[in-house]
Design a protein around this ligand. Structure first.
Ligand code: ATP
Ligand code: MG
Length: 573
C-alpha cells in the first residue's frame, strides 16, 4: 500500500492529554483518535494492528476446539437479575431502558447471555463439553478510564466460555485455555507471565492472569526465585512470623502527637519503629463502614479484604465518613473504643505493645495490647505481599515486578449455571448443573501493552507479528524516474513474496520520512535513492536495533530473505 493514499495523520508533538507512552505513540503514529473519555476510533494503521492481534487469537482459539459465535451487545436486565449481578455489578454496568421501559445494559462481559443460549440448547451429557467464544466490543463505565487503549470504556475483548459435564472435563477446558493463551502471547511476540490471580467480581474457584511485563503496568506480580510461584499481589498469600509468647504490655496511655498524621511522623515523634505503629483504615464494604488494622509498614489489600468478607464492593472511606466514624480528624483513627466491626491483619498477632490513633485530634495511644484493649472481630491475611516476605509456596526469595493484565482465565464452577439453571441429564439420567469456565483477552489492551513493552526514543518498535506492515519502503528521489521505477520493482518483488509493504511515496523531505518510519514501528526499513541506486544497493535498517546493512539489487530477494531471517522477523501472517 502507498503512504500517499493511506490516512496516516502522524503528529510531531506528544498530545498533552496522554500520560503513558503507548497512548502518546498511538496518537502520534496516527493509529487512534479520541472521541471522548474512554472511547477511541481506530484509524487505518491502528485497525491493521487490531486485526493482526485478532487473527492470531482466532487461529489459536479455533485450534483449541472453541467455536466462534457473536452475541448481542445489548443485554436484557432480567438475565442479570437471575445471577444477582444487576444489583451487584456496580456502576461499570451501563444500564438503560428501551421504549417499553424494559431494563437493558451494554455488555461488559457475557456470562449471562452465553449461559442463556446454552441452557436453551443443551439437554444431554452427550452434547458436552461445549466451548464457545467471540470477539466483541465491550462497554464498562470505568471509574477512571485512562491510558488510552489500556483502560477504555469501550474496548475489544475476546471472551470464551466452556460448559462441561464434570470437574475433570472442566479442568481439561481450563488446561486447554492455559496452553492456548501461552501460544497466543508467544505468537504475539510479547514477554509475558501467567500468574495466579484473584477472581474479583466474576467469582469462581481459581484463575490465572496473563501479564505482559512492563514497568508501567498497573498490576504488581510477586514471583519466587526458588520455585515457579508467580501471583498477582492481590492474590499472593502472606506468611507471617509465628506469634511467640508475647510479653505482657504496660497499661495503655494517651500521648500527645501534635500534627503527626502519618505513620512516619508518629513513629519518629515517639521514637518507635514504623512496625510498632498500627494503621487503622476505614473502608466501606457493601455500603457499611469497617475498620482494618495493619502494621504501619504494611498496606491493606482491598482485593483480599473483599474476598475475606465475601463482599462485592470495597472502597476506602472518604474523609467525611472517617471523621464521622472516629469522631476525630484524619490521621488519628484507632481501634480502641471504635464501634464498627474491626478486622486485623494476621501479622499484627506476632507482636504487642503498639501505638494506635486515639480517635482524638493530635493524640495517639501507646502500650496498646490488641487482645486486651480492642474488639477485633477476626484476624486474616489482609495485606499485600512485600519483597522481603518469604515465598508462600517454598519459603524462597520473592521479587516484585510490574505487569499489564492482557488475559484472564477463570474456573467458574457452577456460580452462573446454578443461578441460571443451566442443567443437563447425565449418563444416569440425573439432572446435573453444568460446570463453567470463562476466558478473556483484552484485544485492544494488547495493542497498548505491546507498545509499553516495545518502544524507544524514536517511537514504536512493534513485534513483527503485529506490526501494521512488515516492511516500509522509502523512495528518496521521487523526481528521478529510474529510482521510481526501481522502487516499484522492489515493491512488486516483495509483495510477490507475501510481504506487506508500505511504500512511502510522499513528496516529503527524507528527514520526515525517516522519522515517520521510526515512529510507526514497522520492523524492516528499506531506502532507495539516486545514490544507492547508482551503487546497485538498497539500504536496509532493522527498526528494533537500528542495525544497518546494504542489500544488493541484483539477487535482491535472496538477500532480503537472508536479512529478514537474520533479524528474526518472519514472513507476515
Ligand atoms: P482490570 O483488573 O484491568 O480492570 P478485569 O479484571 O476487569 O481487568 P476481565 O473482566 O477479566 O478484566 O476482562 C478480561 C480482559 O479484558 C482483561 O484481562 C483485560 O485485558 C481486558 N480489559 C478489562 N477491562 C478493560 C478496559 N477497561 N479496557 C481495555 N481492556 C480491558
Ligand atoms: Mg476491571
Amino acid at each position: 500500500m502507498r503512504f500517499s493514499s493511506l490516512y496516516i495523520p502522524t503528529l510531531k508533538e506528544s498530545p498533552a492529554e496522554a500520560e503513558v507512552i503507548s497512548h502518546k505513540l498511538l496518537l502520534r503514529a496516527g493509529m487512534i483518535r479520541k472521541l471522548t473519555s474512554g472511547l477511541y476510533t481506530y484509524l487505518p494503521l491502528g485497525l491493521r494492528v487490531l486485526k493482526k492481534i485478532s487473527a492470531i487469537v482466532r487461529e489459536e482459539m479455533d485450534r483449541s476446539g472453541f467455536q466462534e459465535v457473536l452475541l448481542p451487545m445489548v443485554q436484557p436486565g432480567d438475565l442479570w437479575r437471575e445471577t444477582g449481578r444487576w444489583e451487584h455489578y456496580g456502576k461499570e454496568l451501563l444500564r438503560f431502558k428501551d421504549r417499553n421501559e424494559r431494563d437493558y445494559c451494554l455488555g461488559p462481559t457475557h456470562e449471562e447471555v452465553m449461559t442463556d443460549l446454552v441452557r436453551g440448547e443443551i439437554k444431554s451429557y452427550r452434547q458436552l463439553p461445549l466451548r464457545l467464544y467471540q470477539l466483541h466490543t465491550k462497554f464498562r463505565d470505568e471509574m477512571r478510564p485512562r491510558f488510552g487503549l489500556m483502560r477504555g470504556r469501550e474496548f475489544v475483548m475476546k471472551d470464551g466460555y466452556s460448559y462441561d459435564a464434570d470437574v475433570e472435563q472442566a479442568q481439561e477446558s481450563y488446561r486447554i485455555m492455559h496452553a492456548c493463551y501461552t501460544r497466543i502471547f508467544t505468537r504475539l511476540g510479547l514477554k509475558f507471565r501467567a500468574v495466579e490471580a484473584d477472581t474479583g467480581s466474576i467469582g469462581g474457584n481459581f484463575s490465572h492472569e496473563f501479564m505482559v511485563l512492563a514497568d508501567s503496568g498497573e498490576d504488581t506480580i510477586a514471583y519466587c526465585h526458588d520455585c515457579d510461584f508467580a501471583a498477582n499481589v492481590e492474590r499472593a498469600d502472606v506468611v507471617c512470623k509465628e506469634a511467640v509468647s508475647l510479653e505482657a504490655c504496660a497499661a495503655r496511655e494517651e500521648v500527645a502527637t501534635p500534627a503527626a498524621h502519618t505513620v512516619e511522623q508518629v513513629a519518629s515523634l515517639l521514637g518507635v519503629a514504623q512496625s510498632k505503629v498500627v494503621k487503622t483504615m476505614i473502608f466501606v464494604v457493601d455500603g457499611k463502614p469497617v475498620a482494618v488494622l495493619v502494621r504501619g509498614d504494611h498496606e491493606v489489600n482491598d482485593a483480599k479484604l473483599a474476598r475475606f468478607l465475601k463482599a462485592n464492593q470495597v472502597e476506602l472511606a472518604n474523609a467525611a465518613l472517617v471523621e464521622n466514624v472516629t469522631h476525630a480528624p484524619l490521621g488519628f483513627a484507632g481501634p480502641v473504643g471504635l464501634d464498627i466491626p474491626i478486622y486485623a491483619d494476621n501479622c499484627l498477632k506476632a507482636d504487642n505493645d503498639y501505638v494506635v490513633g486515639a480517635n482524638r485530634g493530635d493524640t495517639h495511644l501507646r502500650h496498646v495490647d490488641l487482645a486486651r484493649d480492642t474488639n477485633i472481630v477476626a484476624y486474616a491475611d489482609l495485606r499485600s505481599i512485600l519483597a522481603d516476605d518469604p515465598c508462600p509456596r517454598c519459603g524462597g526469595r520473592i521479587s516484585l515486578t510490574k505487569g499489564i493484565e492482557v488475559g484472564h482465565i477463570f474456573m467458574l464452577g457452577t456460580k452462573y449455571s446454578q443461578a441460571m439453571h443451566a442443567t443437563f441429564l447425565n449418563e444416569q439420567g440425573t439432572e446435573t448443573t453444568m460446570i463453567m469456565g470463562c476466558y478473556g483477552i483484552g484485544i485492544s489492551r494488547i495493542m497498548a501493552a505491546a507498545i509499553e513493552q516495545n518502544h524507544d526514543a524514536s517511537g514504536i518498535v512493534f513485534p513483527w507479528q503485529i506490526a501494521p506492515f512488515s516492511c516500509i519502503l522509502i523512495n528518496l528521489d521521487l523526481k528521478k524516474t529510474d529510482v521510481c521505477a526501481k522502487v516499484e520493482w522492489l515493491y512488486e518483488q516483495l509483495s510477490g513474496l507475501g510481504i506487506e509493504v508500505l511504500l512511502d511515496d510522499r513528496d516529503e523531505r527524507p528527514g520526515v520520512k525517516f522519522k515517520d518510519a521510526d515512529l510507526l514501528g514497522i520492523p524492516l526499513q528499506l531506502v532507495l535513492g539516486g545514490k544507492s541506486l547508482a551503487r546497485g544497493v538498497v539500504e536496509a535498517t532493522h527498526r528494533a536495533t537500528h542495525a544497518k546493512t546494504e542489500l544488493p539489487l541484483e539477487g535482491f530477494l535472496e538477500a532480503f530473505k537472508a536479512w529478514q531471517a537474520s533479524v528474526g522477523c518472519g514472513l507476515s501472517q
